[in-house]
Each structure stands twice: as structure tokens, then as C-alpha cells.
Design a protein around this ligand. Sequence first.
Ligand SMILES: NC(=O)c1ccc[n+]([C@@H]2O[C@H](COP(=O)([O-])OP(=O)(O)OC[C@H]3O[C@@H](n4cnc5c(N)ncnc54)[C@H](OP(=O)(O)O)[C@@H]3O)[C@@H](O)[C@H]2O)c1
Length: 258
Amino acid sequence: MRDEASAWKGLLEMRRGGRALALPADAPAAVAALVALYLPYAQVPRGRSFAVAHLGQSLDGRIATTAGASRWVTGEADLLHTHRMRALADAIVVGAGTVRHDDPQLTVRRCAGNHPLRVVIDSERGLSSEHGVFRDGAAPTLVIAAADRLRPGDRLGDAEIIGLPRQSDGIAPAMIREALAARGCHFLFIEGGGITISRFLSAGALDRLQLTVAPIILGSGRPSLTLPEIAAPAQGMRPRLRQMPLGDDTLYECIFRD
Ligand SMILES: NC(=O)c1ccc[n+]([C@@H]2O[C@H](COP(=O)([O-])OP(=O)(O)OC[C@H]3O[C@@H](n4cnc5c(N)ncnc54)[C@H](OP(=O)(O)O)[C@@H]3O)[C@@H](O)[C@H]2O)c1
């Protein structure tokens, strides 16, 4: 295993329950870095509930312009990274805003791996079936809506819709995790946007959070994380961190639970 492609295949195999990856002591630095980054994810046992979120943001904490343009805040290496994370996951989760603005395909195209289930949280049923995820047939898609917005036999294009109870601040992330686990999706990759990930984070429903910071200042735009107000910096979260370069960007990985 001396090249990145075969190391990646080994990591995918491990994630699927195959044999543990053996990294040779003289592996090239790029291979060792790839294994170091993804090994904790390849090691997540099948069936264990695990949620990791990712945002690509500017130095000043923006994930898109005010109008919603986000292509691309971070560089090629972070794009490849998101495709690798998709390939490791059972399901990719995004909020309605991301589908509305980006019309993302949410498939694995830049690396080897299978497409996971695509999950869109559209609690108010504000999205139309025109978006690619609901029509392209590239991978199964599930919509999570508030139960009171569900009509019998409802679908959104090709996507199935399930209803979950609404609470005062939307659908509880823990309930979303449970509903997906009941469908065999235990490892969730929550890919945005800022509102969706902030809800998971403030509910304590993330095991890890990846923030890729690009060396750019947007000065305005949609925020990355927005959490309830605190009274002093000492009350901020100080998670355990891993930090690594991704091309010209830097990935900060916050570890909330092992
Ligand atoms: N740079 C990046 O990494 C990145 C990644 C993804 C997206 N983006 C950009 O970010 C922008 C979209 O992000 P955003 O923060 O504005 O929106 P978002 O997180 O994509 O979507 C938020 C919406 O999703 C629904 N939602 C999510 N979680 C929910 C919950 N627990 N309960 C109920 N509803 C829930 C709500 O919609 P309803 O109330 O209407 O149902 C909520 O308003 C776009 O411009 C996109 O281009 C950037």
C-alpha cells in the first residue's frame, strides 16, 4: 500500500468491516497523512451511531455570500475530502437552504466509494421537486419534514418523505439520528449548511465537527456556526482538536466524543 488510491481502498474496506489497514513504516508522507486523517472514521464500527459535520468557511467564518453563492469557498483538496467523507458515511444530511441555493448532487464522484443515502431536512416542505436530488435517480433520497406537514402518500419527486414531531425550535437532531438509525443509517455526514449544523451542535448531537478554513476574507455572507449567546469567552466550547493542511486550506477537526 504505497499510493493514495490503494490506501483509500483499504480504508473503505475497513469501514465495511474488512481487515484492519496495515500502514508500512516507509509509507510515503502523503499516504501516511491520508491514513491518519481517515482512520478514525474507517474504524467506526458498522451499526454504531456516529455523526460528523463539515463546513468550509472563510477566515471570517462565512460559508457563502449573502445571496447564497458558496462555490467555492474552500479549494480542491477540501472538495475531495468531502467526497471521501461521503463515501465513508451511511447517509449525507443537508438542510433545505443548501438544496435551495446549491442544488448539490450529494454523490461520491471524486474518489472510489458508494453513494450513501441523501437526506434533506425540509421541515416546512418549502422545496420543490425540481432540485436534482429529487429527480436524478443517482442515489436514494429521503426528506425529513415536520409531521404536521405530511400528507398521506406524499413524495417529493423520487424522494420518500418521513414526518417527525416538531418541537419549539424545529425537529430535534437526536430524533433525526434515531429515525435514520432505524433505517440502517448510523454514520451520518452532515454537510451543511450553517443553520443545520448549528442545530446539531447546540443539541450536543455531533461526535465530530470539521471546519475547513480557507485563507480568504469574505467580509459579509452566510455564517458558519450560530449558537446561543454566551456571557463570556470562558463559556465557549474548547473541544479536543486535530489540525491538518488540506491544500491551501486548514482542516480543524473538533472531537466531542471518541
Ligand atoms: N461552505 C460550505 O461548507 C457550505 C455547505 C453547505 C451549504 N453552504 C451554503 O450555505 C447556505 C445554506 O445554509 P444555511 O445555513 O442558510 O441553511 P441550511 O442549513 O442548508 O438549511 C437550513 C434549513 O433547513 C431546515 N432545517 C435544518 N435542520 C432543521 C431542524 N433540526 N429542524 C427543522 N428544520 C431544519 C430548516 O428549513 P425549513 O424551516 O424551511 O424547513 C432550516 O431553515 C447556502 O448558501 C449554501 O450554498 C455552504
